[in-house]
Design a protein around this ligand. Sequence first.
Ligand SMILES: Cc1cc2nc3c(=O)[nH]c(=O)nc-3n(C[C@H](O)[C@H](O)[C@H](O)COP(=O)(O)OP(=O)(O)OC[C@H]3O[C@@H](n4cnc5c(N)ncnc54)[C@H](O)[C@@H]3O)c2cc1C
Length: 338
Amino acid sequence: MIIKENISLKEFNTFHLDVKTKIFIEIFSEDELREILNQEPYCTLPKIMLGGGSNILFTEDFEGSVIKNSIPGIKIKDENEREVYIEAGSGLKWNDLVNYCVEKNYGGIENLSLIPGTVGAAPIQNIGAYGQELKDVFYSLNGVTLEDLSLKTYSSNECNFDYRDSIFKGKLKGKFYITSVTIKLQKTPVINLNYSALKDELQKMNLKAITIRDVSEVISNIRRAKLPNPEILGNAGSFFKNPEVTEADYLKLNKEFGELNGYKIANGNYKISAAWLIDSCGWKGKSLGNAGVHSKQPLVLVNLNNASGSEILELSSQIKKSVFEKFGVTLYEEVNIV
Ligand SMILES: Cc1cc2nc3c(=O)[nH]c(=O)nc-3n(C[C@H](O)[C@H](O)[C@H](O)COP(=O)(O)OP(=O)(O)OC[C@H]3O[C@@H](n4cnc5c(N)ncnc54)[C@H](O)[C@@H]3O)c2cc1C
């Protein structure tokens, strides 16, 4: 365990916001986590678990303990002829888990290649990309309940997974720290080409048979081309979720604005592209102080030059306001505001 006081979190969040934390504790095992949660002054101070800091916006200094999760490990927990159950430590980088599975030809998470952050944060917002979500392969997770430090396992049903959502963003927000995640993958991978841009790209390659390695490589290349690299331009990926509207509202908006970008979802409502809404309000490439909207992807807010968290928050509020004024649609943040 490593404990430091009054340090900057600039290198621990992908927006690279220069906020301070009173206490910074890096933990490497579940035992260390429970030890720290049981010990004064840490047990009484406000606290937050931090993974890769790629889905978080710090708006001010943190007057408590930031617990940086570095719990490692990958192991095969169980397997049969068709499936393999892989348990990973929650502090492992998500993409290291993807690479391990692609290497072994275990299919199911290759479409989630190159998503930044840790394994433990993946269930928090049920990460998703290129026609796949974590919930499709999720089996269970373990962790510590903050109230009494008991260990608990959550099955898929208990996690209430939804679009960029789970019980850990709702009822259990800040009340449960995930220490490991188990996923169930296929030994004979089924290639998922639901996402048309991925299908088009793979078709261009004229491959005899598509492997999960091909899928992973193509997705990684598309992502590198489309999204700003947080090492170069601070950002936290999509800042907003794609909003959901009723069929009646969708038809009304479509009539008024024509090319509305959206699709029907299982409950009969429509998901509409937040990027399209923001772009239509003229925000692409615009800036407000040191905070900006990315020039290629308007859903991504960027730190142009030592922005503060409140500058980015102010920009996000203005975007929400103009989208609401023009379309009557409310945008909700995907990023966790602290
Ligand atoms: C360039 C870029 C591209 C991205 N693309 C995608 C994408 O395609 N799809 C997608 O879904 N997301 C995407 N994201 C968002 C982000 O990568 C994911 O949400 C990721 O899972 C966050 O992981 P993290 O470890 O960085 O979490 P953090 O930012 O450290 O934490 C996020 C939240 O989870 C909590 N938390 C973290 N770890 C734990 C734990 N072990 N137990 C309990 N609570 C915890 C934190 O307190 C915080 O509230 C992208 C981000 C960037 C910067």
